[in-house]
Design a protein around this ligand. Structure first.
Ligand SMILES: Nc1ncnc2c1ncn2[C@@H]1O[C@H](COP(=O)(O)OP(=O)(O)OP(=O)(O)O)[C@@H](O)[C@H]1O
Length: 302
């Protein structure tokens, strides 16, 4: 391993205005973990920052400095052969680095949504938006059952929500239960309750005519519209932390501004905390509460 300056230890998580951060990354280091190459230079090291509930924090830095790796590490989605080798990622006060896959799945399903640069290609061009959003809702339901049976009580103990957040979650959760029951009774067909939920969701992401969008195929929609459909799919599970990795790269200037303005609105409507990774200086200066710059060695300037 190469010589490194010793890492300063800051093991306390700072309160700001009496609040603890929802996300606190501390001295994070990520390396290739294959046997022959584990002694090579870290891909990223000594990355530390906090994001407080309700904030929009932008993460910027030169191409290749490790922004996407940081985002993937927070969501437990690093590729095989790459791993966290030092440091901590505290989500709601709990270090998630040692999580096993089942708990990562729970975190991604219930708490953290990651919109990545390649997400748009995840939309199937030859299936309607309705079919794809309905599948997403069913998937959440299917994944929910085994985990709840295996680790009863965990979900409750891992959280302590503010009253407004609890109200939002109770609403989302009630609606999902209703939809799942209705879907089971209807043998998987889209039911009235699901339709109402999908309509409401699409209105929230700025569509004036949700019925037309639900009946459309992605190839019939613009890039900006597809991006908003993806946002709707990700918000359908009611996450608390939304990580958007270059959500506007593939968009023209008008759609870029629309999506960024929408993120601000969604923060309010869904009680979200947002980590926004972007090169769009003008855009992030407009929407972010704080801008963090990541240097080549991971040092943060906020
Ligand atoms: N799967 C991987 N295997 C090996 N190295 C990787 C892998 N993914 C990323 N890297 C390397 O890790 C470093 C950080 O990459 P990352 O994608 O996080 O940068 P970034 O700051 O998001 O860049 P950009 O702004 O261009 O998206 C780069 O040197 C990259 O080559």
């Amino acid at each position: 391993m190469e010589d490194r300056a010793p890492i300063r230890c800051r093991d306390t998580i700072e309160r700001v205005d009496g609040r603890l951060p929802l996300l606190h990354v501390e001295h994070l280091e990520i390396c290739r973990t294959g046997s022959a190459i584990c002694e090579s230079k870290p891909l990223l090291r000594d990355v530390s920052f906090s994001v407080y509930p309700g904030e929009i924090v932008a993460l910027t830095g030169a191409s290749g400095c490790g922004k996407s790796l940081t985002a993937h590490a927070i969501a437990g989605m690093l590729e095989p052969g790459i791993g966290v080798t030092q440091g901590h990622i505290y989500y709601d006060g709990e270090d998630v680095v040692p999580f096993h896959e089942q708990r990562w799945q729970w975190l991604r399903r219930e708490e953290v949504a990651l919109l990545i640069q390649q997400s748009l290609s995840g939309l199937n061009p030859i299936r309607t938006v309705r079919a794809q959003l309905t599948d997403t809702l069913r998937l959440h339901r299917r994944r929910q059952m085994p985990y709840e049976q295996q680790e009863p009580g965990h979900i409750e103990t891992a959280r302590s929500f503010s009253a407004p957040r609890q109200a939002v979650l109770q609403g989302v959760s009630r609606m999902r239960r209703l939809m799942s029951r209705a879907a089971e009774m209807a043998g998987g067909r889209t039911t009235q309750a699901q339709e109402a939920y999908l309509h409401a969701l699409l209105c929230k992401v700025g569509f004036a005519d949700p019925e037309r969008i639900l009946s459309s195929y992605p190839f019939e929609l613009s890039g900006g519209m597809c991006q908003r459909v993806l946002l709707a799919a990700m918000l359908s599970s009611g996450p608390r932390l939304f990580i958007a990795d270059e959500p506007t790269t593939a968009l023209d200037v008008i759609n870029r501004d629309k999506v960024l303005a929408l993120l601000q609105q969604l923060r309010q409507d869904f009680d979200l905390t947002i980590l926004l990774i972007s090169h769009d200086r003008r855009g992030i200066n407009r929407v972010a509460d704080r801008v963090l710059k990541m240097g080549p060695e991971g040092r943060m300037h906020g």
